[in-house]
Design a protein around this ligand. Structure first.
Ligand SMILES: *[C@@H]1O[C@H](CO)[C@@H](O)[C@H](O)[C@H]1NC(C)=O
Ligand SMILES: *[C@@H]1O[C@H](CO)[C@@H](O)[C@H](O)[C@H]1NC(C)=O
Ligand SMILES: *[C@@H]1O[C@H](CO)[C@@H](O)[C@H](O)[C@H]1NC(C)=O
Ligand SMILES: *[C@@H]1O[C@H](CO)[C@@H](O)[C@H](O)[C@H]1NC(C)=O
Ligand SMILES: *[C@@H]1O[C@H](CO)[C@@H](O)[C@H](O)[C@H]1NC(C)=O
Length: 271
């Protein structure tokens, strides 16, 4: 072996291991992801579709790692979810961070799950280290970067006619000034604009989403099952809502919409 390639190998080896030594709860940027209710409920089955609003709904505020985009930090256990801190934010949360699967049910389980999975990682940064600070940041970003307004500026409005995904991407990119993510989901041969993601530095200034587009990967959503076993609910969550239990359900997953792909941004519930 040549001396040079030997040195190269050592350098590669130390690069690898320095990278791996990173704390698994460290993150580089924050991602706000919001879903379009009529797309979400076309891909997943929702109850009370008559209550859905024509506004993007917060799905979550996530900690993202630029080194391993497919493996963002999750479940960092840094801060416990404290429901009482939500008091002053509750009205806005009810409106902007709904549980689309069942708009009549309590969204608390959804907020709690998002906080445990993602919030406890974002909360490793002192700027977001309480339940209140995390949810406040999400609501502020949601209001400041109004997706409906940004899309409208670029000539994109909900309708029953499919739109070229690249038009959506460029409308958002020019209003926001940075690279967004435009996520699609398919069902019954139709493609929906499922959710839109914007990225921010830890000081909440706009940033490029530098995630590599991921292929669709099936994932689990929490779906409502009627006629329940209150005990099962109690067992799973330690609290119960009369009359319903939440159980995982498979979904086909979302993927970065392709340029030229025709996607639906429906203005009403399908079916
Ligand atoms: C948080 O706790 C869970 C369960 O105890 C554990 O599996 C996980 O690795 C912890 N997360 C971190 C970042 O330490
Ligand atoms: C939860 O938040 C409330 C209101 O801010 C506070 O009084 C209480 O001590 C907190 N509970 C825990 C376990 O931190
Ligand atoms: C959050 O961060 C602030 C500022 O660093 C610190 O003073 C405070 O003790 C932290 N709070 C918690 C709950 O860790
Ligand atoms: C976004 O703008 C629309 C239209 O101006 C408005 O109806 C909606 O309430 C705004 N959304 C938020 C979260 O501020
Ligand atoms: C997943 O995709 C298959 C094949 O396209 C489709 O038949 C099915 O309805 C989809 N499932 C959901 C939950 O959308």
């Amino acid at each position: 072996m040549h001396l040079l390639s030997f040195v190269g190998l050592i350098t590669l080896a130390s690069l690898c291991c320095l990278g791996a030594a990173r704390d698994k709860s460290e993150f580089d940027f924050i991602l706000l992801t919001r879903e379009w209710p009529f797309s979400f409920c076309s891909v997943t089955s929702c109850k009370h579709k008559e209550l859905l609003q024509k506004r993007f709904n917060i799905h979550g505020l996530w900690a993202e790692s630029k080194d391993s985009p497919s493996k963002p930090p999750m479940f960092c256990n840094s801060t416990a979810f404290n429901e009482s801190e939500l008091g002053p934010l509750r009205d806005e949360l009810q409106k902007s961070w709904m549980d689309l699967l069942n708009p009549k049910g309590s969204p608390l389980y959804f907020w709690r799950e998002e906080f445990k999975k993602h919030g406890s990682c974002v909360a490793t940064d002192p700027r977001f280290n309480t339940t209140f600070l995390y949810f406040k940041a999400a609501l502020q970003l949601n209001q400041k970067y109004n997706l409906s307004e940004m899309l409208q500026k670029g000539g994109v409005t909900p309708s029953s006619t499919p739109i070229d995904a690249s038009k959506i991407r460029s409308a958002l990119q020019s209003a926001f000034g940075f690279k967004p993510m435009v996520r699609c989901a398919k069902t019954n041969g139709q493609t929906f604009l499922y959710e839109l993601r914007l990225c921010f530095a830890k000081d909440l200034s706009p940033n490029d989403c530098n995630e590599e587009p991921q292929p669709a990967r099936p994932f689990t959503v929490w779906g409502v099952l009627e006629k329940t076993a209150a005990q099962l609910h109690q067992m799973l969550f330690g609290w119960s809502t009369p009359g319903s239990v939440w159980l995982p359900r498979r979904s086909n997953g979302t993927y970065e919409c392709g340029d030229g792909e025709l996607v639906l941004l429906p203005d009403a519930a399908q079916r």
